[in-house]
Ligand binder design. Structure first.
Ligand code: G
Ligand code: MN
Length: 236
């Protein structure tokens, strides 16, 4: 019962979070391993709740998906990341801004129209990160929308690849620009020959399909060197 009350309470305040300015972005840099330059950043949303402090995105994103508030949340994310990109560019850092798009919105035509409009108005350099969901509700519409983003110059990234939710069937269908290898496949690369073999063949597969490869969750110089030798293009 505690959980039910907690969720109901959070749910009500999620409604108010937008007007109260409680959502913020944290940015993780993406570095090109060859030039050592920051080529992009991923916008990761945080909810700074007045009483609870920071609420995990794993909780509030799931809640927002269940209640339909994911649309408002993602509209905020698109607008905010475009605005922040402009600020960064004016400070001399012209980088690609990666935004996470919930699977729930992938076949939402009116969300797509909104996002395309924002991109076209601003000329922003955006990359949409999408994770495969267990059920692709409407593959034809979803793929059509992704094609439209590509045509508008928006990059598309397959997120969390190798985490169980993202699979080969996705690679078969989707013409993406970037493959992001999930942290769980990356973190043990130094210790495990098996993990290195999986990484190497994934990198070769992605390159063969014309995608660049991003390794997530990289925090040390040694791991960066290892992933560079395995052919990763970018580390985050
Ligand atoms: O930063 P952290 O690893 O705690 O984030 C966990 C996950 O939350 C991310 O990998 C991402 O899937 C999700 N997430 C963070 N920000 C957003 C967002 O703005 N929109 C969506 N849909 N998911 C997000
Ligand atoms: Mn992501």
């Amino acid at each position: 019962p505690g959980d039910v009350y907690k969720r109901r309470d959070l749910d009500t305040s999620l409604h108010k979070a937008l007007e109260r300015n409680e959502w913020v972005f944290y940015y993780q840099p993406k570095l090109d391993v060859r030039t050592h330059r920051m080529v992009g950043v991923e916008a990761l949303m945080r909810w700074n709740h007045p009483r609870r402090g920071f609420v995990s995105p794993d909780l509030f994103i799931t809640m927002a998906e269940e209640t339909g508030q994911i649309r408002a949340l993602t509209e905020w994310a698109v607008r905010q990341s475009i605005a922040d990109q402009k600020t960064l560019a004016e400070a001399g850092h012209a980088v690609t801004m990666s935004v996470n798009i919930s699977g729930r919105l992938r076949s939402d035509e009116s969300f797509a129209a909104f996002a395309l409009h924002e991109v076209e108005m601003s000329g922003a350099d955006l990359c949409l990160e999408i994770t495969e969901t267990a059920v692709i509700d409407n593959p034809e519409i979803a793929l059509g929308i992704i094609e439209r983003f590509s045509a508008a110059g928006v990059a598309v990234s397959i997120d969390d690849y190798g985490s169980g939710l993202s699979s080969l069937s996705y690679l078969k269908m989707l013409n993406a620009d970037e493959l992001k290898i999930d942290r769980s496949l990356v973190v043990d690369a130094l210790d495990s020959q098996r993990d290195r073999l999986i990484l190497k063949s994934t990198v070769d597969l992605a390159h063969g399909l014309g995608m660049s490869v991003v390794a997530e969750g990289v925090e040390t110089e040694e791991l960066t060197t290892c992933l560079t030798l395995l052919g990763c293009d970018v580390i985050q």
